[in-house]
Design a binder for this molecule. Sequence first.
Ligand code: IMP
Ligand code: MG
Length: 176
Amino acid sequence: MSEKISVLIDEEQLQERIKVVAEQISRDYEGKCIHVICILKGGVAFMCDLVKRIDVPITMDFMSVSSYGSGTSSSGIVKIVKDLDQPIEGRDVLIVEDIIDSGRTLSYLLKLLSERKPNSIRLCTLLDKPDRRVVKDVNVEYVGFNIPDAFVVGCGLDYDQRYRNLPYIGVVSFED
Ligand code: IMP
Ligand code: MG
């Protein structure tokens, strides 16, 4: 079986939208320093594009989590594979993710990181699949694109660890 990738959001649309989101973030955090927390590995490519366009001071840290679940859905039981290097107490934290699906991963992460007493904590995701949301209380301040319920790859998102390097977002379909 092989995969076919069809373009959903092309490179130009992606970069234009990321610029707009970065401008909004820069305005909202004027006079502050943003502590950007990238969720590995999916959030990396988006974070790199985003932070280059933010013009307030930022610091960066990385966290890697795995959600256990059957098939293509996460369970909400999240294991920390790599924790942050630095404390976040008193900092203005911006979590950067690739995609929100059920919302379980971010709901768990939000709870966990809030207990570490940041000054503020907000979420930024490149993609959102609102139709798939199970956890309703996840408030996302910055969304690149709302997309329909399809499995997508590119700009950090993978299928079986591949396609993270695609400069566009594509929908995966399978053929014999
Ligand atoms: P959630 O806990 O269901 O919100 O799971 C979110 C995580 O599932 C994301 O961080 C991705 O790693 C993964 N994921 C969800 N949808 C897709 C997709 O369409 N393509 C690739 N990864 C996805
Ligand atoms: Mg992810």
